[in-house]
Design a protein around this ligand. Sequence first.
Ligand SMILES: [Zn+2]
Length: 247
Amino acid sequence: MPAPVDQLLRPFRALRSKLREIDRNSRRTKRDAFDRIQHVSFILGAIAAPFIVAALEDGFTRTRSLPLAAMAAFERGGEPGVRVARVEEEDLKRPIAGAFTLGQVLVIEERTLHGWPFPTLELVAPTTLEITLLPGVREPRRAEIAAAANALADADGLSRRTTDRRIHVGGWIFSIGAWWIFINLAVAIGLAPIRFGWRLFRRGRSVIRQSRIDRCHCPNCGYDARGSILTGRCPECGSDLYERPEY
Ligand SMILES: [Zn+2]
């Protein structure tokens, strides 16, 4: 190998030999059935999470309506026809000078967020008008007000005639991540008491067996095996008289 390449690889080789040394001197962690279940849930969770998020897109929705604009509908004495004008929402109830107020109009946009915990899809519905007639104004005027308000909304670029679908990529990514965490947490929490009980059982069993060994009894059946120490086998059940305790 040419010298410069060798020079370049040297730090990596040093790192590799260091890692090997660490590996040689590390205590082996024994993986038990619980660890394996957790590993399986880690992988299955990653596969299942997108499907759960997709299913919740239909199953979990919340709708918000927000007013895009407020309008006052009025008519002036002597002039025919309904007029509308944009006003601030808090000024809706204020009378307009020199005019007879007919009612109030709100241009409403309805947004529906789909998905949980983060919205993955947003539907923006066509805008609607919410018309409130003042007392004394006859019902047939509603259509006239609506026509005038629609014209003004169109002119101001507020109207929406079709439903707008917006896919939230960030919502997808974060929802999948959240569900992956939920699944793993649920498995870990579900396993914890069983895991703890099992460990307790093993520890207790180990203590009992060790105390039998200490008294020269068979660790398996408790038989007094003082006479069989040299053979190393229990005459009663045939199991080993000497063993390492398990912790
Ligand atoms: Zn025995």
